[in-house]
Write a protein that binds this ligand. Sequence first.
Ligand code: 3HC
Length: 316
Amino acid sequence: MDANQAENLFESKLAKNEMIEPKDWMPENYRKHLIRQISQHAHSEIVGMLPEGNWITRAPSLRAKLVLLAKVQDEGGHGLYLYAAAETLGTGRAQMIDDLHSGKAKYSSIFNYPTISWADMGAIGWLVDGAAILNQIPLCRCSYGPYARAMVRICKEESFHQRQGFDILLALANGSPEQRAMAQDAINRWYWPAVMMFGPSDDASTNSAQSMKWKIKRFSNDELRQRFVDMIAEQIKVLGLVVPDPELRWNEERGHYDFGPIDWDEFWNVVNGNGPCNRQRLRTRVEAHEEGEWVREAASVYADKKRSRENQTKAA
Ligand code: 3HC
């Protein structure tokens, strides 16, 4: 097959909504675009374990501890599926991790905010995982097979995460006045960063147009953000609390909620490494990697030994 035929086949698969698989021919920029997005996504899952990991030892009951522990483990698992999906595109895991640790690779802005009360576990589950699901369900239909398939399981687990977050907030909202105030305070701090998670507005989104053509992205950043605002504006009524946006109002004509201006300076400040916890998050990741060196070494020596024993048995 010559280069033109290969490209035509790629385009015709996209047109028919067929998946592109690792051994298929693909344009070099499609491959790079996917490595960028999937590795950033994997890093977000791994760094995303830190703000909640902070509360495992301080969970208010054994049940709450078990649930939080399971959730944080899920995030670790998501990171591993996603690194594996990125590896099918020809990049190495060590390289991706180096790029995270050196600050070259991005990860989601949201994980650079501190978790200062138990209610933050509720706000993260409900708002952050809620935003993540809206963004990630369409990725189950993205054009690259290994990424799309990884997303199916991830989205199932994220739905559980969102419910556990809502459950925490509901308990606090129905609790003492102090608990209610704690839930409101967490929502006040997490709401806008969650709205920002969807990325820059469409006119400032450098990757969207090409991503849509390649059927990686199915909806734009602003479309998904609007869905999120609409969903949260309704769900918060059940909690009897409020979102920190005085301009949030149902717009009959649009059939959507209008909302106030987003602080894009804050967003870019966090994306560019200057959020409240960026340095702390990276330092923790680098330390964990260094402290885990002996585990990686032991695992690889064990794998070598096992392989050589198997070879000896085969040769005998
Ligand atoms: N945080 C950090 N950087 C962000 C960002 C955010 N919230 N939103 C956008 N950016 C970056 C982009 O990566 C891009 O930078 P780059 O060109 O250097 O890579 C730049 O800002 C411009 O943004 P674009 O809109 O052009 O970028 P994309 O088209 O890639 O859209 C995205 C951004 C919507 C985040 C898209 O990459 C995406 O859907 N990614 C997959 C999902 C994902 O990574 N989610 C992160 C959260 S995971 C999570 O929450 C874990 C869960 O368990 C809670």
